[in-house]
Design a protein around this ligand. Structure first.
Ligand code: F6P
Length: 316
């Protein structure tokens, strides 16, 4: 193994740029030649593969997103395009890949490995934190900090104006961002896909709180929750009798200056990923667990569905 490439696939996260920087540093320390594949699997098919240098990564540690861009590729699901991708790698003598992405991206890579024996190591990267087998995915801490700053700001106006605010977080089918944000921001209500809530059960309590002097509410709702943000707004206004506003945080959660934790995790994930490939591990995902970093097989990671930590869920 001499030539090793990295690509980003799926939703970008803050922490990818620090990972790219350390990828160049750590490959060179190990006498390997680093390559960047631009635009994810799309770029692999379109031969957007370039040798990377220190110059390419200078100054990027502070930037969110990914310098080599990311994409979701439909074409990579087709065998004929995977063959083109393999030919492109062969032409540059690359036989090992590091993939920053989610489980969908890893599943695509697994097929590619089985067909063409291109070795890879996956680094879990998604703000949703919904990959089976790892307790942490790159980008989550930065996203949580952005949500925290937003909720803290919303609290200022909510308390000044006496309103109920509904803050909607991302996460697809996973309520991790919403749950952790609600617990750490002191929200009165949290709705996530993993736990069904009958709003009626909160009515008496919330009305009593208003009688006792509460003037505003903060509620956090995950985008995949059963109730929508507008339904929750309606409920606050009709059933609780308090004026209400919705803030959908949207893609601001995906960007921004990478937190210290994400910079450090990017560094460690990259070390473990490159070490795995040097050690001859062909198709693994580097997972962060309560026992530290462990390599898991791609089968284990993609064949099971992530479930929220039951202890965390119990705090709701
Ligand atoms: O998977 C990351 C994520 O940001 C989800 O939280 C969200 O549902 C989705 O991607 C948004 O996708 P897009 O950027 O294509 O709108």
């Amino acid at each position: 193994m001499n030539n090793i490439a990295i690509l980003c696939s799926g939703g970008d996260v803050s922490g990818m740029n620090p990972a790219l920087k350390h990828f160049v540093e750590y490959t060179k320390q190990n006498n390997l030649t680093p390559y960047f594949i631009y635009d994810g699997y799309e770029g692999l098919i379109d031969n957007k593969i370039q040798e990377a240098s220190y110059k390419d990564v200078s100054g990027i540690i502070t930037r969110g997103g990914t310098k080599i861009r990311s994409a979701r590729s439909k074409r990579f699901k087709e065998k004929k395009y995977r063959q083109i991708a393999k030919d492109n790698l062969d032409a540059k003598g690359i036989d090992s890949l590091v993939i920053l992405g989610g489980d969908g991206s890893f599943a695509g890579m697994d097929i590619f490995y089985k067909e063409h024996k291109i070795k890879f190591c996956g680094i879990p990267s998604t703000i949703d934190n919904d990959i089976y087998g790892t307790e942490y995915c790159l980008g989550v801490d930065t996203a949580l900090n952005i949500i925290k700053t937003s909720i803290d700001a919303i609290r200022d106006t909510a308390s000044s104006f006496g309103r109920a605010f509904i803050v909607e977080t991302m996460g697809r089918e996973c309520g991790y961002l919403a749950l952790v944000s609600a617990l750490t921001s002191g929200a009165e209500l949290c709705l996530i896909p993993e736990k069904e809530v009958a709003l009626k059960e909160y009515e008496d309590d919330f009305k009593t709180q208003i009688k006792n002097g509460r003037s505003y509410f903060l509620s956090i709702i995950a985008e995949g929750a059963k109730h929508s943000s507008s339904e929750l707004k309606e409920w606050f206004e009709q059933s609780i009798g308090i004026e209400s506003r919705v803030t959908v945080l949207g893609h601001v959660q995906r960007g921004g200056n990478p937190s210290i934790y994400d910079r450090l995790m990017a560094y460690k994930f990259i070390n473990y990923a490159i070490d795995a490939l040097i050690m001859g591990k062909d198709e693994s995902v580097i997972c962060y667990t309560n026992k530290g970093f462990v390599y898991k097989s791609i089968q284990e990671v993609v064949s099971q569905k992530y479930a929220l930590d039951t202890k965390l869920l119990a705090y709701l």
